[in-house]
Design a protein around this ligand. Structure first.
Ligand code: ISL
Ligand code: CA
Length: 570
């Protein structure tokens, strides 16, 4: 039997502060805006709110570049606004989780400012510095060929000291040196600061990158057309990762805090289980990336790739059964602030099917074994930005760097158009447009033009039109969370069994707990498809949830476009 824990029975709503709600008419979302919508969030039936970074920051990477971990970005509000948010959530029985970004700081953080000011600074060794290399004709080169996640070299030269510092992300996001025990102590202190203030846990940004192979070896050439190469094999599960996570786990345990670690670039489940194994007490769960990388092409996300439903089945089945067999736990998501809208990406946002398709995805994800994460707007079936958007509407440094790097390298008009087409499908910008509250100007997000354009479909697709409509996507998610609570044994703690693994149209699985069985059937096809109901379910049981009007299960059924159903036999 699976170990029980409160965080296994909890589901999470994620908020991106810049895009949720603007309370003071400056076009940027803020904490008082979030506070004004707490009933809406609680009404969805989630248990935890995760807020993306809201700390003091120059906002080179939307707050993932922190210049003061114990203060709030002035445009988002103040420390007392955060206290009010926390207490508003607690009053409604919800928990509050913050984003902990400690692989790197902002280059404006006082630690880095001191570190770069002099080689003798007591903070010098808080970051990762290396001597230049020189090629045969004496040209200065970075210490190795690692590629930054945001393009270019992962090393920035500091002429003053004739050394480079490492930045796996933007050059304004220098990586902290976790080998230094004072860095680790400072992180522990930040955690205690927020936990003591009443925060219930953390989402930990790229937490698997904190330990790097000290040799910093050259990376093998995986992209011959690039000067720089992916080096993640040297830092995605570094030599001291679990030692550091054990230390964090001690603190989390002391406060019975929630934790979800973001872990890109890890493909080996045996590494992940060390972090999330129930008895090891490092983290509650982690985000893995296999599903959201499914449509990334050979040289990254801005090249196309088509995928088959059987690939998705393999991935889901792998993690579902692996966590169950090894006493771990899944964090389940299809969207977040770094990902495009799931209805556009994994189903269809064509007007005729968008609503059923969004409900289908909610059903597909919502009854698996794990903690469910819903990103703001996903509960409404919000879609990707319009295909007509030009590059000037995009704001994210990742998508823009890639586009302009290609432009500078002489990409043709056709090549740039194809990159833009991939941006519309996968850019992080898709998730960052303002939340759609109502049909008034600026989608009710703000009284002025927002920092990023609203999606034009807001008059039809918004929160106020859905929250009291029993046939809405929002209401469907309410049912998902309600059923997970009502039938906790089977939906939280039941065994996962994949059905029909070779079917390329229908994703079906069951959950089993003692004598209770639930059958979940979801069609990923935009036209009708025949499906054979396993005989043990025919006319024995009851329908818990559908996105059409099906009541009964006979032997042979014809599933309509993106049909989904949940059938319970007790
Ligand atoms: O978004 C990505 C791919 O498009 C990832 O490479 C992403 O950069 C990676 O998942 C790490 O993401 C996290 O750390 C970044 C920040 O920009 C992201 O928003 C954050 O979720 C650096 O802090
Ligand atoms: Ca504002």
């Amino acid at each position: 039997p699976v170990n029980r824990a409160w965080w296994k029975e909890s589901n999470v709503y994620q908020i991106y502060p810049a895009s949720f709600k603007d309370s003071n008419g400056d076009g940027i979302g803020d904490i008082p805006g979030i506070v004004s919508e707490l009933d809406y969030i609680a009404g969805l039936g989630v248990d935890i709110v995760w807020l993306c970074p809201c700390y003091k920051s120059p906002q080179v990477d939307m707050g993932y570049d922190i210049s003061d971990y114990k203060d709030i970005y002035e445009k988002y509000g103040t420390l007392s606004d955060i206290d009010e948010l926390a207490s508003g959530l607690h009053k409604r029985g919800l928990k509050f989780v913050m984003d902990l970004v400690v692989n790197h700081t902002s280059d404006q953080h006082a630690w880095f400012q001191s570190a770069i000011s002099s080689k003798d600074s007591e903070y010098r060794d808080w970051y990762i510095w290396k001597k230049p290399k020189y090629d045969s004709d004496g040209t200065r080169l970075p210490p190795n060929n690692w590629l930054s996640f945001f393009g270019g070299s992962a090393w920035e030269y500091d002429a003053e000291s004739d050394e480079y510092y490492l930045h796996l992300f933007a050059k304004e996001q220098p990586d902290l040196n976790w080998e230094n025990p004072r860095v680790r102590a400072a992180v522990h202190d930040i955690m205690r600061f927020w936990l003591d203030r009443g925060v219930d846990g953390f989402r930990m940004d790229v937490i698997n990158f904190i330990s790097k192979d000290p040799a910093m070896p050259h990376a093998p050439i995986t992209n011959p057309s690039s000067k720089y190469q992916r080096g993640d094999m040297y830092f995605s599960t570094g030599p001291r990762l679990h030692e550091y996570l054990q230390e964090l786990g001690q603190i989390l345990k002391e406060y019975d805090a929630f934790s979800v670690g973001e872990m890109p670039c890890v493909f080996d489940p045996s590494e992940i289980i060390k972090a999330v194994g129930f008895s090891r007490k490092e983290l509650s769960m982690i985000f893995q990336f296999e599903i959201v990388d499914l449509d990334h092409g050979s040289t990254g996300k801005y090249t196309p790739r088509s995928w088959a439903l059987t690939e998705l089945k393999k991935i889901v089945n792998k993690w579902q059964t692996f966590m169950e067999m090894n006493d771990g736990w899944n964090a389940l998501y299809l969207e977040n602030h770094d990902q495009a809208r799931s209805v556009s990406r994994f189903a269809s946002d064509a007007p005729a099917v968008r609503k059923v398709a969004a409900k289908m995805l909610a059903t597909f994800l919502g009854f698996q074994s794990g903690t469910i994460f819903v990103y703001e707007g996903q509960e409404l079936g919000l879609a990707n930005v319009p295909t007509a958007w030009g590059v000037d509407k995009y704001r994210d440094l990742e998508s823009l760097n890639n586009y302009y790097e290609n432009a500078a390298a002489g990409a043709s008009k056709e090549e740039l158009d194809s990159i833009l087409a991939e941006m519309q499908k996968k850019a992080r910008d898709n998730a960052r447009v303002p939340m759609q509250w109502d049909s008034s100007d600026n989608a009710g997000f703000s009284t002025v033009t927002p920092w990023m354009d609203v999606n034009e479909d807001y008059k039809e697709w918004n929160a106020r039109s859905q929250e009291n409509d029993p046939s809405s996507v929002y209401a469907h998610w309410q049912s998902v969370f309600g059923l997970r609570r009502e039938f906790k044994d089977v939906f939280v703690y039941g065994k996962f069994i994949l059905l029909d693994p070779l079917n390329e149209s229908v994703f079906a699985y069951k959950r089993v707990y003692e004598s209770t069985e639930a059958l979940i059937v979801t069609s990923f096809k935009d036209s009708e498809v025949k499906w054979t109901v396993p005989s043990e379910y025919v006319n024995a049981g009851k329908m818990l949830l559908t996105n059409y009007d099906r009541r009964e299960l006979t032997g042979e059924i014809v599933l309509r476009p993106f049909e989904a159903l949940v059938w319970l036999v007790q």
